[in-house]
Design a protein around this ligand. Sequence first.
Ligand SMILES: [Zn+2]
Length: 122
Amino acid sequence: MQGNRKRDTRPELALRSELHRRGLRYRVDAKPLEGLRCRADIVFRRQKLAVFVDGCFWHGCSEHGTAPRTNASYWTAKIARNVERDQVNGEKLTAAGWSVIRVWEHEVPAVAADRIAQLLKR
Ligand SMILES: [Zn+2]
């Protein structure tokens, strides 16, 4: 979740504006947990919900996450590490009582925002 994660990407901005339109307020690019080396793209601190917007390439989306042909083994290993780190951080957050939602950059922002709003309502 570190490293290749850039903030304010286009899918992120689209999702944020959908959330904002629903009257939801959140922090951007924030650390959900002290002591965990992990920043989430969107954090609902009070409701303990961390949202990650994952790039298809960097996070190994099964639909669009094809590895480049040049240096294929380098990229495959790098992406595998990202996926593993996503999983470990997700588990740590869950263990600390957080909910985690991962949104692919290819997802329709309005649909992802509905998913998040639904979870926050509970
Ligand atoms: Zn994708």
